[in-house]
Design a protein. Structure first.
Lengths: 490, 509, 151
C-alpha cells in the first residue's frame, strides 16, 4: 500500500491549527483576563467591601461589575477611560489607598466634577487608552502626553484667571506670570498681540508639540515641558544662535516659567466652563484700565534698556543701547518726539516699533510710557537752531569730530545712527543743535559748544546731517519735520 | 392513517427529513466515486477539477502561493467587514474610531492587527506568485491570457492596499497618500517641460479624480473608502473567479509534460496508467487539444481528499502565520493626520518605496514612465516568448538557472553602482544647475538602469538565441533592482531623503 | 474499480478536527465584536448635588436623565419619564400623574398605567448617596415601585 499523498498537508494543517488555537487563546486571555484594568477593578472591589458599613453596602460592593468605564463629555470632545483603573478618584474614603485607587488630591473633584470635565482636559495624556503606558503616552505617537504632576497647574489658566484663585491653588503659575512680566520677556516676545518681534510669539506655546520644537540638542524626555525647562536654563544651548539673554534662575523659577509657558493655550471652551474671573480677565484685556507707565517700561523696555539711566553695551546684540531715561536726553526731547520714537522704533536696528500696528501698545499706553520717561526730567524750551549752513563744510567737520562714534554716513557705531529714517523724522533741528551744543551728560557725547563750536559750524553740521533725511515724508507719521529750508513747522 | 396522524408523523420525521433534503444524494459521500461525483456537482467544490495532477500539489513547485493569496484575501475580507462595524470614514472621526478599535472593541486590537499583517502578506505573496509563475514558464500556451488576468489582480491588490492605507487618517497615512497623489500628478513634469500644461494636463486630472480636491481631505477619504470596501473588492473577486476558471480551462496548474507522469492514485493505491488514445465523456479520459475539461487520469489523484487537504493546509498555514505576527506586533498608528506637520521623511507603503526612490530622480519616470513600461513588458511576455517547450520547469533548465544567477548579479551590481553614484556625486542638476528638465526626464538613474537592464537582456538574447532566456534575464534584473530600491527607500533614506546608513544616524529636528 | 480502503486516518481526523476547532474558536471570538464593551454615550448615573437643595414636596424634572425626582416626607424617589409604550417623554401633572403626548398613555402618580397603550408602569429608578455626599440617580437601574430613599 503506497503512501498517502496528503500526509504532509495533514501534518501542516494539524500543527498550524494548534498554533492558531494557541494564539487565539493567548489573545483572548490577554484581553479578557490579564488586562491591567481588570486587576485594578478587582482590587478596588475588595477595598469597597472592606470599607463597607453594613450588609447592603457589602452586597453592592461584591456586585461591582468589572467592565470598561469611561467619561464622555461631548462639549469637550472628550472620552476618558482613566476611571477604568482610577475607580476611586472621586470617592473621599480612598485617601488612604495607594494609586490607582487613591482619591484625587486637594479635594479638587468636589468643584470639578469628573462627569463634567473628564480628566484629560486638565492632565493631558491619551484618555482613550486602557493601560498606563499608553495613557501617559510619553515616548509615543501622541501629541500631548500626560503632564507631570508638578506642571499640572498650567491647565488651570485655561478656565481661570490664576491670580484670582485662592492661595495654594496655582502658585507656580502665578509666579510664572509675575516672572514673565518682571524679567521683561515681552521685550522680544509677543503675547496677545503685544510685544517685540525678535523672538517668536508665545500665544499658543502650551500647545506646541514636540515636532514643532527644535530638539537637536534636547537631552532627556522629548516633551515640550522638558524643552521649556532646558531652554530657560540655557537658551543658546537648545536653540543654536539664540540671542535670548537669560539671567540665572533658580529651579523653582524655571518650573514656574515652564508652567506659565504650558498655560499659554488657545482653545475655545464652551462658556459654561469658564470661571467668572476668566471672563473678567478677558474683558479687562479688551477694556484695559489706566496703563501704568512704570509697569509698561518694565514689561517691554527693561529687557534691553535696563534701568534706562545709562547707555549699556549689550553683549548679544554687540551694540550700545541708549539710556532712554537719561535726564539729559529726556530734557531735550519733547513728549511728541519721545512718542514718535517709541511708536516707530528704529528700523534697521534691534529697536522695534511699539505703536498699535507694531508692538501692539495702545496710544494710551504709549502716552503712559512717555509720562514715565518724563519723570526723569521735564522738557526744557530748546534754544532756536542756527540756520542750516554749508553741507560740504559740515561733511568735513563730521568726518573729523563725529564719524568716530557715529560712523561714516551716519550709520552708527557706538553712538546712535543719525541716518536712521525715524530719527531723522522725529528729531527737530533745535534738538540736534542743542545736543551738539550741550552734549549728553552721562554718555560719551561731548558738549561741542563748550569745546568751541560756533553756531555756524553747528549749522553746517545740521545741513550735512539733514542730507540723510528720507526724501518722502511718511504721511502716516504724525511727527514734525524740518523743511528743506530749515524752518521748523510746528 | 388519519390525516391528523399523518400530520403528526410528518412533523416527527421532519429533523431527519430536513437533513436528507439538504443533500441531494441524501447522504454524505462515502466512496471514491461518490466523492468524485460530489466534487463535480457541489456548488462550492465544483471549482476544483475532479482529479488533480500529482505534480500540481508539490510544495517545491508552487510553494502554495496562489492558495496563500486566496486565504489572505478571505481573511482580509472577513476582518475587513468586522472593522467596518466600528470604523467611521470622516476626518474628525476616523482616527479616534481606529483608536477605539485598538483599545475598547472586543477583539478589536487583534482583528485590526490581523487585517494589517494579512494585507502586507498578500502584497508580498502576489509578487512571489508572479515570480513563480514566470520562472516556471507557466505563462506559455494556453495560459497567456491568465497571465494577463494575473497582472490585473496584481494592480488591484496594490490598489486595495494603497486605498486601505489612508483610512486610519494618521500621519503615516496622510503623507503616504499625499506622495501617492503627487505621483499621480507626475505627468505634470513632462507637460511642463514641453510647455503644453495649459491645454493638456493629465496629471492634474488624475490627481483630482483620485483626491476629489487638490489636497488630501474628506473627499479623498470617502473616495478611498468606497474604493477599498466596495469597488475594488468586487473587482478583485470577479477577476479572481475568472483567474480560477481559466486555470481549470487551461488544464489545471502547469507541469512538466516532457517527463513521464507519476503514478495515479486510484482506489487508494498508486497505479501506473498508460495514456489512452480514445476520448470519452467529460468525467473520464480526454486527451489532446480537445476540450480540456478533465484530463487523463495518469499522474492524477482525486481532488477530494488530496487537493482539499492542500487547500486546508495552505489556509491554516496563512492563518497561523498571520495570527503569530498579529499577537506580537501591533499595526502602526502614529499621531492624527496634521497637514501642518509633514512627516520627514514621508514614505509611501513599502511596496511603493522602490517607486518613490525612482520618483526622487524624476517624478514622471518614476511614477508613470517606468511602471507603465514594466507593466507593458510583463504583459507582453507570453506573446513574445511563444516557444511552447519548457513549461513546468524552473528556469527552463540548468541554462536558465545560470542565466538567473548571472542576471541577479548583474542587476544587483548595476543598481548598487548607480545608487552609489547618485548618493556620492549627485546627478545632472548637481553638475549643471541650469540644465532643462526634459534632459533630466530622459537621462536619469531610472532610465539609465532600465537601459542597462535592457542591454543585458538583449545580450543574453544574442548569446542564447532564446527569448525565454532573455525574458528571464530582464525579469531577474528588474526583480533585483526592485528589491534593492525598496530596501534603499525603506532603510537608507532619512529626513529630506538623504542617505544614512542607519536610522539611528538620522538627525533629530 | 477498487474503492479506497477504509482505514482509520488518525492524522487526518486530528488535522480536520483541529482545523474545525481553530476556525470555530476564531468565529466565536469575532462574534463578540459587534457587542460594545462600553456604552459610547455619556454616563447614565446622575449626580444631583446636595440632597438638601430639594425641598420636601418638590417635583423636579431632570431633563438630561429623562426622569422626575420627588421628595416627600418618607424620602426621595425617582420615576423615569420615558413612556413604556414607544419611548416618548411624558409630562408631569401635579397631583394627577403623568401623560404621554404621543399616543395618550396615562400614568398615576406612582407610575402605574391608568390608560392608553402603554404595556407597563413607569419604572422607579435607583437612588443612592455617592461617596462624596451627592444624591445620585442611576437611570439604568430600576427598583421596585414604592422604594424610597431616606437621606
Amino acid at each position: 500500500m503506497s503512501g498517502d499523498p496528503s500526509r504532509p498537508f495533514k501534518w501542516i494543517t494539524a500543527v498550524c491549527s494548534v498554533v492558531t488555537i494557541g494564539f487565539l487563546a493567548a489573545a483572548a486571555v490577554r484581553e479578557n483576563i490579564s488586562a491591567d484594568w481588570r486587576g485594578y477593578q478587582v482590587g478596588f472591589r475588595g477595598i469597597l467591601e472592606a470599607k463597607a458599613t453594613g450588609d447592603a453596602a457589602r452586597a453592592t460592593a461584591r456586585n461591582l461589575p468589572i467592565e470598561i468605564r469611561q467619561i464622555v463629555v461631548p462639549a469637550l470632545h472628550t472620552v476618558d477611560r482613566c476611571v477604568s483603573c482610577h475607580l476611586g478618584i472621586d470617592d473621599p474614603r480612598m485617601t488612604d489607598q495607594p494609586n490607582p485607587h487613591r482619591t484625587h488630591p486637594r479635594k479638587l473633584l468636589a468643584i470639578h466634577r469628573v462627569e463634567k470635565f473628564g480628566c484629560t482636559v486638565c492632565h493631558q495624556g491619551q484618555g482613550a487608552a486602557l493601560n498606563f503606558q499608553e495613557a501617559k503616552a510619553e515616548e509615543y505617537f501622541w501629541d500631548y502626553p500626560l503632564l507631570p504632576a508638578k506642571y499640572t497647574e498650567a491647565t488651570c489658566g485655561s478656565c481661570h484667571d490664576p491670580r484670582a484663585l485662592p492661595a495654594g491653588s496655582a502658585d507656580k503659575l502665578v509666579l510664572g506670570m509675575k516672572l514673565f512680566e518682571q524679567k521683561g520677556c515681552n521685550g522680544c516676545h509677543k503675547l496677545n498681540g503685544k510685544g517685540g518681534p525678535l523672538g517668536p510669539a508665545l500665544d499658543n506655546e502650551g500647545f506646541k508639540t514636540k515636532h514643532e520644537l527644535v530638539r537637536a540638542s534636547l537631552k532627556g524626555s522629548q516633551t515640550n515641558w522638558n524643552w521649556f525647562a532646558e531652554h530657560f536654563r540655557d537658551p543658546s544651548g537648545i536653540v543654536a544662535g539664540s540671542l535670548m539673554p537669560m539671567p540665572a534662575l533658580s529651579q523653582p523659577q524655571v518650573e514656574a516659567l515652564t508652567v506659565f509657558m504650558l498655560s499659554l493655550r488657545q482653545r475655545d471652551f464652551p462658556a459654561e466652563y469658564l470661571a467668572p474671573d476668566k471672563i473678567d480677565e478677558q474683558y479687562a484685556r479688551l477694556h484695559p484700565p489706566a496703563p501704568d507707565g512704570a509697569a509698561i517700561y518694565h514689561r517691554y523696555c527693561a529687557a534691553c534698556h535696563d534701568t534706562g539711566l545709562h547707555t549699556r553695551w549689550d553683549k548679544k546684540f554687540a551694540r550700545f543701547v541708549p539710556g532712554i531715561r537719561n535726564a539729559a536726553f529726556v530734557r531735550t526731547e519733547d513728549d511728541e518726539c519721545l512718542a514718535e520714537n517709541i511708536r516707530e522704533g528704529r528700523p534697521g536696528t534691534r529697536m522695534p516699533g511699539w505703536g498699535p500696528k507694531a508692538g501692539g501698545l495702545s496710544e494710551a499706553e504709549v502716552a503712559a510710557l512717555v509720562a514715565y520717561l518724563r519723570t526723569s526730567a521735564p522738557a526744557i524750551a530748546l534754544p532756536a537752531a542756527p540756520p542750516r549752513g554749508d553741507a560740504a563744510r559740515g561733511a568735513a567737520l563730521f568726518a573729523q569730530e563725529c564719524a568716530g562714534c557715529h560712523g561714516m554716513d551716519g550709520k552708527g557705531l557706538i553712538a546712535p545712527a543719525l541716518a536712521n529714517p525715524v530719527f531723522q523724522q522725529a528729531a527737530t533741528d533745535a534738538f540736534l543743535a542743542q545736543t551738539i551744543r550741550a552734549g549728553r551728560e552721562n554718555t560719551p557725547m561731548p558738549a561741542f559748544g563748550r569745546a568751541g563750536f560756533s553756531e555756524g559750524q553747528i549749522g553746517d553740521l545740521l545741513a550735512y546731517i539733514r542730507k540723510w533725511q528720507p526724501p518722502v515724508r511718511n504721511a502716516a507719521l504724525p511727527g514734525r519735520h524740518a523743511t528743506q529750508e530749515g524752518r521748523v513747522t510746528p | 392513517m388519519t390525516p391528523i396522524q399523518e400530520f403528526l408523523e410528518n412533523l416527527k420525521q421532519t429533523p431527519q427529513h430536513l437533513r436528507e433534503s439538504a443533500m441531494r444524494t441524501g447522504k454524505a459521500p462515502e466512496t471514491d466515486r461518490e466523492r468524485s461525483q460530489s466534487t463535480f456537482h457541489n456548488l462550492f467544490l465544483h471549482l476544483q477539477s475532479v482529479r488533480t495532477d500529482r505534480r500540481s500539489l508539490r510544495f517545491a513547485y508552487t510553494f502554495g502561493l496562489g492558495l496563500i493569496l486566496t486565504a489572505s484575501f478571505v481573511v482580509l475580507t472577513i476582518t475587513g467587514i468586522l472593522l467596518m462595524v466600528y470604523y467611521k470614514p470622516g476626518v474628525e472621526l476616523a482616527y479616534h474610531s481606529v483608536k477605539d478599535i485598538h483599545f475598547v472593541v472586543p477583539a478589536g486590537r487583534f482583528i485590526r492587527n490581523i487585517h494589517r499583517w494579512s494585507a502586507h502578506l498578500m502584497v508580498l505573496a502576489v509578487f512571489l506568485h508572479m515570480a513563480r509563475v514566470f520562472y516556471t514558464g507557466s505563462y506559455k500556451r494556453p495560459r497567456e491570457f491568465n497571465w494577463l488576468i494575473g497582472l490585473v489582480l496584481l494592480v488591484l491588490t496594490l490598489g486595495l492596499s494603497f486605498t486601505g492605507y489612508l483610512l486610519p487618517w494618521d500621519q503615516l497615512a496622510y503623507w503616504a497618500v499625499t506622495i501617492g497623489a503627487n505621483i499621480a500628478n507626475s505627468p505634470r513634469e513632462v507637460t511642463d517641460a514641453i510647455g503644453v500644461t495649459a491645454w493638456f494636463d493629465p496629471g492634474r486630472f488624475q490627481k483630482q479624480l483620485l483626491l476629489g480636491a487638490n489636497y488630501v481631505g474628506q473627499e479623498s477619504l470617502i473616495r478611498f473608502y468606497v474604493l477599498h470596501v466596495a469597488l475594488l473588492p468586487m473587482a478583485i473577486t470577479a477577476f479572481m473567479g475568472l483567474h480560477f476558471w481559466r486555470v481549470r480551462k487551461d488544464g489545471g496548474l502547469s507541469r512538466d509534460e516532457s517527463l513521464p507522469a507519476p503514478p495515479a492514485r486510484i482506489g487508494g493505491r498508486d497505479v501506473e496508467v498508460f495514456a489512452p488514445t480514445k476520448t470519452y465523456g467529460l468525467m473520464a479520459v480526454v486527451r489532446g487539444r480537445t476540450p480540456v475539461v478533465g484530463r487523463a487520469p495518469e499522474g492524477s489523484v482525486p481532488s477530494w481528499p488530496n487537493l482539499l487537504w492542500a487547500e486546508i493546509a495552505a489556509f491554516m498555514f496563512t492563518v497561523a502565520v498571520t495570527l503569530v505576527l498579529s499577537y506580537f506586533f501591533d499595526a502602526p498608528l502614529k499621531e492624527m493626520a496634521n497637514p501642518a506637520i509633514p512627516e520627514n521623511p514621508a514614505k509611501a507603503p513599502w511596496y511603493f518605496l522602490g517607486l518613490q526612490e525612482l520618483v526622487s530622480y524624476s517624478a514622471f519616470m518614476g511614477g508613470v514612465g517606468i511602471p507603465s513600461v514594466v507593466l507593458l513588458g510583463l504583459g507582453l511576455i507570453p506573446y513574445l516568448d511563444r516557444d511552447p517547450s519548457g513549461v513546468g520547469i524552473w528556469f527552463g533548465g540548468p541554462a536558465g538557472r545560470r542565466t538567473f544567477w548571472q542576471s541577479a548579479g548583474y542587476g544587483l551590481v548595476s543598481v548598487l553602482a548607480l545608487l552609489a553614484v547618485t548618493v556620492n556625486y549627485g546627478w545632472l542638476r548637481t553638475w549643471f544647475p541650469t540644465i532643462p528638465q526634459i534632459a533630466i526626464i530622459i537621462f536619469n538613474p531610472a532610465t539609465v538602469i532600465v537601459a542597462l537592464y535592457a542591454a543585458w537582456s538583449l545580450w543574453v538574447l544574442r548569446r542564447t538565441s532564446s527569448i525565454r532566456m532573455s525574458a528571464i534575464a530582464l525579469f531577474t534584473c528588474f526583480l533585483a533592482g526592485f528589491i534593492v530600491l525598496t530596501a534603499m527607500g525603506s532603510i537608507f533614506r532619512g529626513p529630506n531623503w538623504h542617505f544614512y546608513w542607519w536610522p539611528s544616524q538620522w538627525p533629530v529636528h | 474499480m477498487h474503492d479506497s480502503p477504509k482505514r482509520r486516518d488518525f492524522l487526518g481526523l486530528a488535522a480536520i478536527w483541529s482545523a474545525v476547532i481553530a476556525m470555530g474558536t476564531a468565529l466565536a471570538g469575532v462574534m463578540r465584536l459587534p457587542k460594545p464593551a462600553v456604552q459610547p454615550g455619556p454616563l447614565r448615573v446622575f449626580k444631583l448635588g446636595d440632597p438638601g437643595q430639594f425641598a420636601v414636596g418638590s417635583a423636579t424634572r431632570i431633563e438630561a436623565g429623562n426622569f422626575f425626582l420627588f421628595r416627600e416626607e418618607q424620602g426621595f424617589h425617582a420615576i423615569s419619564s420615558v413612556c413604556t409604550h414607544l419611548g416618548c417623554i411624558v409630562a408631569h401633572n401635579e397631583g394627577e400623574g403623568f401623560a404621554c403626548p404621543c399616543h395618550g398613555s396615562r400614568f398615576s402618580t406612582d407610575g402605574s398605567v391608568v390608560g392608553g397603550p402603554a404595556p407597563a408602569a413607569l419604572p422607579w429608578l435607583e437612588i443612592a448617596l455617592s461617596p462624596d455626599g451627592q444624591l445620585q440617580v442611576n437611570a439604568e437601574s430600576p427598583v421596585p415601585k414604592g422604594t424610597r430613599f431616606r437621606v
